[in-house]
Design a binder for this molecule. Structure first.
Ligand SMILES: [Zn+2]
Length: 452
């Protein structure tokens, strides 16, 4: 009986010992001997280092903490230490360091190099040296900006008008194109046999004047930037003022088409709905159209002058400064970024030039709209249509009927709103209907490069 009691007591003592001594000891040792390696992350994670490269190194070790971080650049057998930090006490689990690498200052020449990174933690593993992370990354040191040779000579542009710059790059540049004020028009290769020759169609916004800075900008894979000036002249141009009287009949007729609500307590709900459509919806529809304009094929689908809606009269011009009046009071201002062409109701609408149908949808104030991609960033837009005769992705030839005119969207009468989009900017369609403008500003430039 006593023996069995003693045996029982012994088991309890062992259990207690386990709880008080052995288990905490096991836990303590397992945390001290943890095997998780520290992590090292570089941003940007590019394989290139430019003339003045800033990189951020993030090192982390969740369990025992970071003990040491070391980063070096190995070039031609020589090791250049970029960062060396040791932390005397455990507890630092995450830290970021900024490194500014200036290869020329370090006496490092351009070419292939190795970025070596080592981090250790406070684990007791490896005879108290800690877990070790060792990473080697192949990098290319490139401190030279690309060469930009502008090949096209004269560039005469009007506010709201377009232009073309042709240039040759000395190396592959992920970002290259024409800077116009604060706007950027990407260049595209693929037209000329020489794949280093790029074309960039660009546009001056209707409100960009004679002082707008225009230049070619190219950024190589390492991030080195080169700017190259172009010879250009900006003509003067003023745009027409236009007054649009908004009647109650128009408001009653048109506002239900749009899914907008007047603000609560509005005394003139129809008018307030109209203002929402004319301001907010206009802005959203504009953004959608310019988004479509940013996607393009590296193929010049179009040829010759653009076709105007046959037997039509101009109802409104490009960049007309519109003043909206209601009961004699000015209620809004907007700019008309296309040309309104009116013919008989439901007139067949021809594609202005050959291209690929990029958009076939109802687009708010523009109503039923088609956008055709003519390649290299040039698009034409057809709005207020009553029906569509084409589908997205379809190739169309110049003159092919794509739909019919109508009254969809914010319009009081059957007409075609015709727009030209260059990348993200609406441009004056009149230039594209003009054979001599196209010859002087586009085709002669292309031919002079082809005949070099
Ligand atoms: Zn219009």
């Amino acid at each position: 009986m006593l023996k069995s009691k003693l045996k029982h007591l012994k088991s309890w003592v062992i259990l207690l010992l386990c709880i008080i001594v052995i288990l905490p000891a096991v836990w303590f040792l397992s945390t001290r001997f943890e095997g998780e390696k520290p992590s090292i992350m570089l941003t940007p994670s590019s394989a290139f280092i430019n003339a003045s490269q800033d990189i951020t190194v993030s090192v982390s070790d969740i369990k025992s903490g970071v003990r040491k971080i070391w980063i070096g650049l190995l070039k031609d057998g020589k090791e250049n230490v970029l960062l060396e930090k040791e932390f005397p006490k455990a507890g630092l689990h995450e830290e970021s360091f900024k490194i500014s690498i200036k290869p020329k200052k370090l006496g490092i020449s351009d070419g292939k190099a190795i970025l070596r990174m080592v981090a250790r933690d406070f684990s007791w593993r490896r005879w108290w040296h800690g877990n070790k992370t060792y990473i080697e990354t192949a990098v290319t040191i490139d401190t030279h900006p690309p060469d930009v040779d502008v090949l096209s000579r004269s560039h005469n542009i009007s506010p709201g008008g377009a232009g073309l710059v042709i240039y040759k790059l000395s190396e592959s540049c992920p970002e290259n194109g024409v800077n116009v004020g604060g706007n950027f028009f990407p260049g595209h290769y693929g037209y000329f046999k020489d794949a280093d020759i790029y074309m960039a169609f660009f546009a001056l916004n209707y409100d960009q004047g004679a002082k707008t800075e225009i230049f070619v900008r190219a950024t190589d894979q390492a991030g080195n930037i080169k700017r190259a000036g172009i010879p250009y002249y900006i003509k003067r141009k003023s745009f027409k003022k236009d007054i649009l009287n908004i009647s109650d009949k128009f408001l009653n007729w048109k506002t239900p088409e749009f899914d907008v609500n007047a603000p609560p307590g509005s005394k003139t709900p129809m008018l307030d709905k109209f203002l929402k459509v004319n301001r907010d919806l206009r802005k959203a529809n504009y953004c959608k159209a310019t988004e479509v304009g940013k996607k393009t094929d590296n193929v010049l689908y179009w040829k010759g002058t653009f076709k105007r809606l046959p037997k039509s009269a101009n109802r409104a011009g490009f960049a007309d400064q519109r003043e909206y009046k209601y009961n004699g009071r000015i209620i809004d201002h907007q700019v008309h970024l296309g040309v309104d062409l009116a013919s008989v109701a439901h007139s067949p609408v021809p594609a202005a030039n050959s291209g690929k149908v990029a958009f076939v949808e109802y687009l708010g104030i523009y109503g039923k709209t088609i956008i055709i991609d003519h390649g290299f960033g040039l698009h034409s837009m057809y709005s207020h249509l009553s029906c569509f005769d084409v589908q997205k992705g379809q190739m169309v030839k110049k003159g092919e009927i794509i739909g019919r005119t109508g009254i969809t969207g914010l319009t009081g009468g059957d007409h075609l709103h015709f727009g030209i989009l260059i990348h993200n900017t609406f441009s004056n369609p009149v230039e594209w209907w003009d054979a001599s403008w196209i010859k002087n500003n586009i085709t002669s430039k292309i031919h002079s490069i082809e005949s070099r």
